[in-house]
Design a protein around this ligand. Structure first.
Ligand SMILES: Cc1cc2nc3c(=O)[nH]c(=O)nc-3n(C[C@H](O)[C@H](O)[C@H](O)COP(=O)(O)O)c2cc1C
Length: 228
């Protein structure tokens, strides 16, 4: 199915970043199936598994998704959409991230597939909690298969049209969209706040000494090696 060398779970966790620049090449059916077969292994409240996934490859629907994403990008970043050269002045991390968002907004119609994650409205006490574990499973499976993927909700500004286009019933809602394909960029370390800044010990605000003594990058070096 894939000639990507196997990677460990931790390598996948530490290197699964949002890969938004995708080649238009279609994905084989068995690859799409593997992604969804990994997604459904996730937990859901009461094991209800009432998530539903729509694997969209239809070019007419992709064209609509692309149009909505493009329009949302212009609304979300009106200045940058009109003057893309202004991105050059932004700090590097922000610039790279925004450029990739812009790229996907402008090229979504060419992506080989978008997985639409749906779930029952009001069924679970933590909305989305029974859908996002499946999203993360799919993102990790994509990483393991050498694919690029990311959550990309810009088209959801047109949620009512999307719901109508895909025939999603009234008792369901769309939680997120994940475009997936062969990536133009490489996976790599993700930039995150260190554990010591976001985890407390026993009580909110109380320092966790062991976490405080760890490097800012945590165990990244162990899983990705030096210089990654
Ligand atoms: C609930 C949720 C919604 C998101 N929506 C979008 C989105 O609409 N557009 C986008 O480009 N990225 C979206 N993302 C991806 C985040 O921007 C991305 O995961 C984050 O910036 C970290 O990026 P990295 O993993 O490449 O470091 C979303 C992520 C989550 C969890």
């Amino acid at each position: 199915m894939s000639d990507t060398p196997p990677i460990s779970l931790f390598e996948a966790i530490y290197s699964t970043r949002a890969l938004r620049r995708l080649k238009p090449d279609p994905l084989p059916e068995d690859v799409l199936f593997q992604l969804l077969d990994a997604a459904i292994r996730a937990p859901s409240g009461q094991n209800a598994q009432d998530w539903r996934f729509i694997v969209v490859t239809d070019r007419d629907v992709m064209a609509k998704l692309g149009e909505w994403a493009n329009e949302s990008w212009s609304r979300y970043q009106p200045d940058l959409a009109e003057h893309p050269e202004k991105m050059d002045a932004l700090p590097k991390t922000q610039r790279l991230s925004l450029r990739s968002v812009e790229y996907l907004a402008l090229h979504l119609h060419e992506a080989p597939a978008v997985v639409v994650f749906c779930g029952r409205k009001g069924r679970h006490s933590s909305p989305g909690g029974s859908t996002f574990p499946a999203v993360q499973n799919l993102l990790l499976a994509a990483r393991a298969l050498g694919l690029g993927a990311s959550i990309f909700n810009l088209p959801l500004t047109h949620a009512p049209e999307l719901i109508e286009t895909l025939g999603i019933p009234d008792d369901n809602q769309v939680y997120c969209l994940v475009p997936v394909g062969y990536p133009l960029d490489k996976p790599g370390p993700v930039k995150r706040k260190p554990v010591s800044k976001v985890a407390f010990r026993n009580r909110w605000g109380e320092t966790w000494e062991h976490a405080n003594e760890q490097p800012e990058t945590g165990m990244e070096e162990k899983w990705l090696g030096k210089g990654e």
